[in-house]
Ligand binder design. Structure first.
Ligand SMILES: Cc1cc2nc3c(=O)[nH]c(=O)nc-3n(C[C@H](O)[C@H](O)[C@H](O)COP(=O)(O)OP(=O)(O)OC[C@H]3O[C@@H](n4cnc5c(N)ncnc54)[C@H](O)[C@@H]3O)c2cc1C
Length: 425
């Protein structure tokens, strides 16, 4: 059910009971309306920057399906026992109270691009002058034979943070010495390229802490190589020798399918049996992006690299995991960076404020073992074709422990900073 907070409720309170049944979010005294679908890393940042920098000139509405947001970033650290679930869960209260954003708690079901209205699942309508679409990803369950939404209750993906993350952790914590984990890693493109391998490190950390030296972790990967591979494999050898076996397609020959009733993952080479099986399937843009006609054949949304404006609709901007961002990985940092470019362009459209050339940045930190942090990152600028990287950096193998500890501490500072930037401090 759509739940209203603060301004939206105030606007509707005078409108009478009949319209409360199917509200139409009234335009606030002639101000241009910026509406955002999706209150994640991208969408909540866009809403906050629109409200913060747009001041009294803009009416900003954020539509979000859930009442709180649990970050995927640092969810691996929750799985590893370094963070509590509460510490990675955030509320939308400050966006409403400190920035005057109308937060609509409900599911956007459709976008009527001709009428410039978002149609909510309960039939209510949210009109816009400019719309930001930031729904993140949807999982393509059927990309792995035998996998489904129901199977995810037995073989969790935990690639959207929330109950799935808690389920994965409870299954990990219930393992006994000698029991094995199998991960089916995702094909490109997917959210958070180093994420599966940080997760493997956290699995190993938990097993190692308990002295479960008879347990093994098998990673069945559809990709021949993966992000920060040399750094992860060096760390796995150093901290978890003999515990993790990674198989690329040239070894396993192809993933045939999974069987949730037996915990088996079948490949051309062999069948792997897991007491815990973590299946991360292929991904596409969140459903609303497809329904709004913003995706192309790739399942993601083409955008103008200079502004994040949809190539399919000049009134709509697509940011975060749902968009095709050229050289930028699908990450929370990227989504946050893209949101600021989109918010600036929208303010330019709606209030005539100055629009500066777009610049983007990203860093992805990963924890391999306690105080052993590594990172990869880049700066980006738009070209006519894509968002292109202009400079890059990556941690090196063989770095000393003090540097690795500083890198980890940097990631904690980043987490605190970015969540304040997304949800307000
Ligand atoms: C295990 C893991 C670890 C990660 N670690 C990192 C990391 O260390 N650093 C990093 O930068 N990134 C990391 N990421 C990636 C990061 O979480 C995503 O890239 C980021 O969340 C994308 O932001 P987004 O706004 O596009 O989507 P999301 O953050 O997923 O937000 C989308 C929001 O839209 C809402 N929504 C969707 N459809 C609708 C609808 N129709 N109506 C209303 N609401 C809707 C959803 O409920 C959700 O809240 C990690 C990801 C995973 C899985």
């Amino acid at each position: 059910m759509t739940k209203l907070t603060r301004r939206s409720f105030g606007l509707l309170a005078g409108a009478g009971a009949a319209s409360l049944a199917m509200p139409f979010y009234a335009r606030a005294a002639g101000k241009p309306r910026a509406v955002v679908i999706g209150g994640g890393a991208g969408g909540a940042t866009a809403a906050r920057y629109l409200a913060k920098d747009g001041g009294d000139d803009l009416d900003v509405t954020l539509i979000e399906a859930n009442s709180t947001y649990t970050t995927c970033f640092f969810s691996n650290l929750y799985i590893g026992g370094y963070r509590s679930y509460e510490s990675i869960t955030h509320s939308y209260d400050k966006l409403a109270s400190n920035y005057g954003i109308t937060v609509v708690n409900g599911m956007a079901a459709m976008v009527d691009r001709d009428a410039k209205e978002v149609i909510m699942a309960d039939g209510s309508k949210v009109p816009y002058d400019r719309l930001v679409v930031a729904p993140g990803i949807d999982l393509i369950y059927e990309s792995v034979q035998g996998y489904s939404e129901e199977a995810a209750q037995i073989m969790p993906h935990s690639w959207k943070a929330g109950p799935q993350t808690q389920l994965l952790k409870s299954k990990l914590d219930a393992l006994e010495n000698g029991q094995n984990i199998v991960m089916v890693a995702p094909p490109n493109p997917y959210r958070c390229p180093p994420g599966p391998y940080e997760r493997v490190s956290m699995f190993a950390h938990v097993l190692n802490e308990k002295g479960f030296t008879d347990s093994k972790i098998f990673v069945i990967d559809p990709k021949p190589k993966f992000s920060k591979q040399a750094l992860f494999q060096e760390g796995w050898n150093k901290h978890y020798a003999g515990m993790i076996e990674w198989y690329g397609p040239d070894v396993h020959g192809g993933i045939v399918g999974v069987d949730p009733s037996t915990g088996e993952v079948e490949t051309d080479l062999d069948t792997f049996q897991g007491d815990l099986v973590n299946v991360i399937p292929a991904q596409k843009a969140g459903m609303i992006a497809q329904k709004a006609g913003l995706t192309n054949d790739s399942g993601f949304c083409p955008i103008d690299p200079k502004s994040m404006r949809s190539q399919n609709d000049e009134n709509i901007f697509v940011i975060g995991d749902a968009c095709i961002a050229g050289d930028m990985p699908k990450s929370g940092f990227s989504a946050n960076s893209q949101a600021k470019v989109a918010a600036m362009a929208i303010r330019g459209d709606l209030t005539g404020s100055r629009v500066f050339p777009a610049k983007y940045s990203n860093t992805c930190w990963s924890l391999i073992e306690t105080n052993d942090g590594v990172k990869v990152g880049a700066q980006y600028a738009p070209t006519d074709e894509k968002i292109a990287s202009t400079s890059k950096f990556i941690s090196q193998t063989g770095e000393d422990t003090a540097l690795r500890q500083r890198t980890y501490e940097e990631s904690v500072g980043w987490y605190n900073g970015i969540t304040a930037d997304i949800f307000g401090a």
